[in-house]
Design a protein. Structure first.
Length: 115
C-alpha cells in the first residue's frame, strides 16, 4: 500500500488549496478514504472521510462547510478542497486508508496559513 500526498503550501487566510493523494497497492474503489492533520505541537486529528463509492462523506466540525473531500475511483486518487482557510488549519495533512485493520499513511504535506 502506498499513499502520496501533494498540493500543500503557504496560503494567506481566506485562501484556498487543493490537496491530492495518489494511491496504489490496494483496491482503491472498495475502501473508505480519510484525511487527517497534525497541527504543530498537537496530535493527529480527523478531518474528513469519503466512503468507497463516494456515497457518503463526513467532516470534523472545525472544517465543515469549508472543506470538501472527493475521490476518483478511475485514477485512484482522493482530494481535499480547502476553502476559507484559517491560521488554525496550519498542519501537516495526511491521507489514510484502513485495510484489514491496519492503518496506512502517506508522508504528509505541509499546509501553512499565514499572512
Amino acid at each position: 500500500v502506498q499513499l502520496a500526498e501533494s498540493g500543500g503550501g503557504l496560503v494567506q487566510p481566506g485562501g484556498s488549496l487543493r490537496l491530492s493523494c495518489a494511491t496504489s497497492g490496494f483496491t482503491f474503489s472498495t475502501h473508505t478514504m480519510r484525511w487527517y492533520r497534525q497541527p504543530p505541537g498537537k496530535g493527529r486529528e480527523f478531518v474528513a472521510l469519503i466512503t468507497s463509492f463516494g456515497t457518503s462523506t463526513s467532516y470534523a466540525d472545525s472544517v465543515k462547510g469549508r472543506f470538501t473531500i472527493s475521490r476518483d475511483n478511475a485514477e485512484n486518487t482522493v482530494d481535499l478542497q480547502m476553502n476559507s482557510l484559517k491560521s488554525e488549519d496550519t498542519a501537516v495533512y495526511y491521507c489514510n486508508v484502513r485495510r484489514q485493520a491496519v492503518d496506512y499513511w502517506g508522508q504528509g504535506t505541509q499546509v501553512t496559513v499565514s499572512s
